[in-house]
Design a protein around this ligand. Sequence first.
Ligand code: UDP
Ligand code: MG
Length: 155
Amino acid sequence: MEQTLVIFKPSSVQRGLVGEVLARFERKGLVIAGMKMMQLDEAILREHYAHLTDRPFFPILVESMTATPVIVMCLRGVQAISVVRSLTGATNGRQAAPGTIRGDFSMSNQENIVHASASAEDAEVELRRFFKPGEIFDYDLVGMRFINEPSELEL
Ligand code: UDP
Ligand code: MG
């Protein structure tokens, strides 16, 4: 099963959307494998958003992501990386499809509620960036049999 990183950005913490957004991931059938609050700083954001450090909006991105603590989460499930990305929606909330988290809760390209890992390679590196060994837990939900048909667990 895959594991992916979600960050509840300051826009979700400040707007009181953490519970509602987390409920969507839970109802989908994803397992919360790790979860903690932390204050990000420029150094970790330079790593996390290395593909964006040269862009003119990078200082704004740092300011936005350090405005308040964030909640980092590891979600686990069959094909969890692509499932979480599609629940999250397109980067710009104004263009994200209705029904997605950004489409339903964001009007912004920057203040777009959550981060979600984009690929298996990113998920592995990002989870290591934000979680120490022992902070991600391996356990099953008792209702697992009714989240996935057992043969799907091999996917
Ligand atoms: N971002 C921004 N302006 C842009 C593009 C991106 O502020 O024009 C911010 C936004 O918060 C986005 C983050 O940079 O979520 C990472 O950008 P990426 O292209 O990786 O989008 P994502 O993977 O979050 O959809
Ligand atoms: Mg990205």
